[in-house]
Design a protein around this ligand. Structure first.
Ligand SMILES: Nc1ncnc2c1ncn2[C@@H]1O[C@H](COP(=O)(O)OP(=O)(O)OP(=O)(O)O)[C@@H](O)[C@H]1O
Ligand SMILES: O=C(O)[C@@H](O)C(=O)CO
Length: 436
């Protein structure tokens, strides 16, 4: 008997939920787990097992070793094909980790030719002539150039990957899709869904494919004959994901405020998209900035939790929606980085959010929206969540997920793990009015 069709290794947690929701769109039954599960874990009749790692911004040798453990597990359950998921903005440094991890997986799986397809046109990420664009702007001119952990200063992905890989890197251009470059890594152009379908078709016989979530969806569709895919009822929640007009926006605010479950947004992302979403939210609901001037991270977390208690007790609005942010403005981020250094500042912020998340669950909060991949990793790990079920999609690539084996007074604990740059300006409203 063979195991799941797809075994996936994702380099961060929000990227993994993005991938899971795209595989659900393709009609696959998906289990998403955090960290490599132990050898005896059972996955029933899952078509895809997504192992979510926090390996994007750690030293390359550690990322390779974590990914290898995940691969060993996926092989032990007799996975048929393998997918390595990284960010649609190719987040990495000259040392890795996309190149070293892909090289290692390719060597181990005897994959002579490996496609790299980060494009996610639905979210504005396209690749043309080997160059990555974000909303039509070259990657190095987009807000990614200022990313706190992986600043992206070169849009030429052939050059970026070549600096990280021991294999030769070439382009797979749209005009030359039949290219046969054995032993090469190929950066695939894709500017729309049809291009992705062509790349998926081209990769049909490959054992290993790498890229963003969009290509994974089409690869799954190309690999599975239609009739054996689960038929997904029209559970699409267009009303949640649509950009709202102003009347609809007012209704959405009211609906969100009436939600029966205490809900909190934790925004550790410093991306432009998240910053816009925070300022939109702040016009209606209370927002607090984590105090990073304190020496003790416990004190910063306690202060934030006291603020939450105050918000809930101040009025009868026990279900008040609130948001805690760390990177809403550039000056605060710069000050923290000057004081602690880039990595230490980021670690501290993540630890503070981890403590806050624990405190929120102790206070009975049933829905937590987390903005940012690293931040999501810190929150999920601190709550000890091993695996999640994938729920409704709030915006492309951002589903609600339900923690397996953790409940809040009989209700499931729901989380939305949002990639920093995903979602429209009213994403937090969309999330809170969309039933998980
Ligand atoms: N004020 C701050 N000072 C320094 N670092 C910060 C500050 N606020 C947030 N950070 C750090 O910035 C990083 C943001 O990365 P995160 O992955 O959470 O968001 P993102 O990169 O926008 O999202 P994604 O990875 O999903 O694209 C985290 O490590 C976080 O701890
Ligand atoms: O691919 C993306 O853009 C996201 O899934 C992600 O990985 C952001 O962290």
């Amino acid at each position: 008997m063979s195991g799941p069709l797809l075994g996936c290794i994702a380099d961060d947690y929000t990227g993994a939920t993005d991938l899971s929701s795209m595989l659900v769109r393709a009609g696959l039954r998906v289990i998403q787990c955090f960290g490599t599960p132990d050898a005896n874990a059972k996955y029933g009749d899952a078509d895809a097992v997504v192992v979510s790692l926090k390996s994007r911004s750690i030293p390359a040798d550690e990322a390779v070793s974590m990914s290898f453990d995940a691969l060993r597990f996926l092989r032990s359950i007799e996975t048929q094909r393998y997918f390595f998921k990284y960010c649609s903005t190719f987040d990495s440094t000259p040392a890795g980790n996309i190149g070293p991890v892909a090289d290692a997986l390719a060597d181990e799986l005897d994959a002579s030719q490996v496609i790299f397809c980060p494009a996610f046109p639905e979210n504005g990420r396209t690749v043309y002539c080997g160059h990555l664009f974000v909303g039509g702007v070259p990657l190095h001119e987009s807000s990614m150039r200022n990313h706190p952990l992986n600043p992206m200063t070169d849009s030429d992905l052939v050059r970026v990957l070549q600096a990280q890989s021991k294999r030769k890197v070439e382009r797979l251009s749209l005009g030359n899709p039949q290219r046969d470059e054995s032993g090469c890594h190929l950066i695939a152009d894709s500017i729309n869904e049809d291009d992705l379908k062509r790349v998926a078709e081209f990769s049909r016989e490959h054992r290993l494919l790498t890229g963003g979530s969009a290509i994974a969806r089409y690869w799954a569709e190309a690999l599975l004959p239609n009739q054996s895919r689960r038929s997904i009822e029209a559970e699409t929640n267009e009303d949640c994901a649509d950009n709202l007009g102003s009347d609809a926006a007012e209704q959405s605010t009211a609906k969100a405020a009436n939600s029966q479950t205490r809900s909190v947004v934790l925004a550790g992302s410093c991306s432009d998209a998240t910053r816009n979403q925070i300022s939109e939210f702040a016009a209606t609901f209370p927002v607090m900035n984590v105090d990073l001037s304190l020496t003790s991270i416990d004190d910063s977390a306690s202060l934030a939790l006291d603020w939450c208690d105050q918000q809930w007790h101040q009025s009868d609005e026990s279900e008040k929606l609130i948001l805690i942010s760390s990177g809403a403005n550039t000056e605060v981020v710069e000050a923290a980085r000057r004081r602690w250094g880039d990595q230490e500042a980021a670690n501290r912020v993540e630890q503070i959010f981890a403590l806050i998340a624990k405190g929120l669950v102790e206070r009975g909060v049933g829905r937590i929206v987390v903005a940012g991949g690293e931040t999501s990793g810190a929150v999920i790990n601190s709550l000890g969540i091993d695996a999640v079920r994938i729920g409704r999609e709030i915006a492309p690539g951002v589903p609600w997920v339900e923690a397996i084996g953790l409940s809040q007074g009989g209700h499931p604990l729901s989380l939305a793990l949002k990639s920093g740059n995903f979602g429209g300006p009213r994403f937090f409203f969309d999330a809170l009015e969309c039933e998980p």
